[in-house]
Design a protein around this ligand. Structure first.
Ligand SMILES: Cc1ncc(COP(=O)(O)O)c(C=O)c1O
Length: 407
């Protein structure tokens, strides 16, 4: 490195993070993502077999034999990848098949895949919003939505409403009632809070003020609704969402990849102009294959969703019984607010020492002072895994003074 100022600054930044106890360190898994995974041993002895409660593998499909076989078959049939972007020579029949199946799953006319939902969200708004339009976003929307909103034309009015505050949203909609188009964008399930968007109220407001409703349901797909079709299904509002974005990187096999599902013309506009789609490679055939298989498994094995719901309800209830106060919600994300970032990291480290892999989240992912342990339930977890996790939560909670009772 030739620039000494830059070198010294980088070293200093890392040192400050370490000093503040907010430095993130990867944990290395040496087996597939599942209820149990083998973590490479760390110097402090943490690791070995761990119960994973910090993955988005909500339905346990990341290591499902049908998902793996489908990826393998696609790999052999189509090779490693397209070596191209979609509109040049990067579209294979398996991409079209996946998009057809995604659209069908969400009862939308069409769908388009991206290399991630991050890409989908950052490629959407700049295409659909035009000068004079208003783009209204929930204050706790995912970072990819926030960044996507930042990419719109400078004459698009961007505004934020307080988290799930429908009165505030209505006020903003009223203020902009004369704009050519109003867009409302929300997470279906909020990733750090685990709460669900008030879709019935959002739909009502969208209809009243003639607004386009966009939902990112990355944490809702596979989890919410009787058939795992997401937050819209949970509320019986599948036909009321104008544009849906989501990921293949969580419930739907967990490989990678994201998508937008919407009206055919909207999808066509994205094909013409969405920059992450036009200038970035297609998802790999293996990923497309695993996504198709995951959608099929969800359809063929709806009991997985039901079983996930009962495990989530059990874990929430029992956490409260041992003295924790998790944020309320119905999704598979159960956050426990603990305060400072360093404290959240310390708790997650103590949990890991006892074989439970949960992640502590702090600033800047969540507001300062609202650091949390985010528990994520997967249907892959057996009841005995959940019970073991509860025992460890009780032990560690007492040790660090989060819950009452002798340590
Ligand atoms: C709500 C939400 N949207 C989008 C994403 C990005 O998904 P992907 O991993 O496919 O980029 C995430 C990932 O954490 C998310 O939680």
């Amino acid at each position: 490195m030739s620039n000494n100022t830059f070198l010294t600054r980088s070293k200093g930044n890392i040192k400050s993070l370490k000093k503040a106890g907010t430095y993130k360190q990867y944990k290395h898994l040496d087996t597939p993502m599942d209820a149990h995974s083998k973590m490479c041993e760390a110097a402090d002895g943490a690791g070995g077999d761990v119960i994973v409660m910090s993955s988005n593998n909500y339905l346990g499909l990341a290591n499902h034999p049908k998902v793996i076989n489908a990826a393998e078959k696609a790999l052999h049939k189509y090779g490693a990848g397209t070596a191209s972007v979609r509109f040049i020579c990067g579209t294979m029949t398996i991409h079209e098949e996946l998009e057809r199946k995604i659209a069908e799953f969400h009862s939308q006319p069409a769908a388009l895949t991206y290399s991630s939902c991050w890409s989908a969200n950052t490629g959407l708004f700049a295409v659909i919003c035009q000068p004079g339009d208003v783009l209204i976003s929930d204050s706790l929307n995912h970072a990819s939505i926030i960044d996507g909103c930042r990419l719109v034309n400078k004459n698009v009015i961007r505004t934020v409403y307080r988290h799930s505050d429908m009165e505030h949203l209505e006020k903003v909609l009223k203020e902009h009632k004369d704009a050519p188009v109003r867009f409302i964008v929300t997470d279906g399930v909020f990733s750090m809070e685990g709460d669900i968007a008030n879709l019935p109220a959002l739909v009502e407001l969208a209809e009243k003020y003639d607004a386009v409703l966009i939902v990112d349901d990355s944490h809702g797909v596979g989890v919410m609704g009787k058939n795992g079709r997401g937050t819209a299904e949970h509320f019986g509002l599948e036909d009321k969402i104008d544009i849906l974005t989501s990921t293949l990187g969580k419930s739907l096999g967990g490989a990678a990849g994201g998508y937008v599902a919407a009206d055919k013309d909207v999808i066509d506009m994205l094909i013409q102009a969405s920059r992450p789609h036009i200038f970035s490679n297609s998802i790999s055939p293996a990923t497309a294959g695993s996504g198709i298989a995951a959608l099929e498994v969800i359809k063929e094995e709806p009991h997985r969703v039901k079983s996930l719901h009962s495990k989530v309800a059990f874990f929430r209830k029992e956490l409260k019984n041992i003295g924790y106060n998790p944020l309320d919600g119905e999704s598979a994300i159960i956050p426990i607010i603990v305060g400072e970032t360093a404290f959240a990291i310390k708790i997650s480290e103590k949990m890991l020492e006892k074989g439970i892999y949960v992640t502590g989240f702090g600033f800047p992912v969540v507001p300062e002072g609202a650091a949390r342990i985010r528990v994520q339930i997967s249907d892959a977890l057996e009841m005995e895994d959940l019970q073991k996790a509860l025992d460890v939560f009780a032990e560690v909670g007492r040790e660090v003074g989060l819950i009452k009772g002798a340590a």
